[in-house]
Design a protein. Structure first.
Length: 115
């Protein structure tokens, strides 16, 4: 499951504002300068500190997040750039890059250094 698929799964669990906030955090990350590691820290902190009305909903969302974190963030440094772009749903952003500086910023975001 890539990042966009994760967002859809989280949004489908419940209309609980806290859970919708989890999805909003994921979407906002895509347009920020935060790295994949920053995303992991932010989501862990957010899910751990926000009141989610249902333990079952919390557990489902945390299971989705944990699966994504394990399959994408934990192994990001062993992925090709194309894999990183796919897993983090950044194909459109990559395709619209206008400058080398923009490209370098995306590489840093995805822990590819100046690749």
């Amino acid at each position: 499951m890539n990042l966009d698929e994760l967002v859809k799964k989280v949004r489908a669990v419940s209309t609980d504002p806290a859970l919708q906030g989890v999805a909003d955090q994921l979407v906002a990350w895509k347009d920020s300068s935060a790295t994949a590691d920053d995303l992991a820290a932010t989501l862990e902190r957010y899910i751990g500190n926000v009141w989610i009305g249902s333990k079952q909903d919390h557990d489902r969302v945390y299971a989705f997040w944990s699966a994504f974190r394990q399959s994408a963030i934990s192994v990001i440094r062993s992925m090709t750039m194309n894999e990183r772009i796919y897993w983090f749903s950044l194909v459109e952003r990559f395709d619209s890059l206008q400058s080398d500086a923009d490209r370098q910023a995306l590489y840093r975001k995805l822990h590819a250094g100046g690749a």
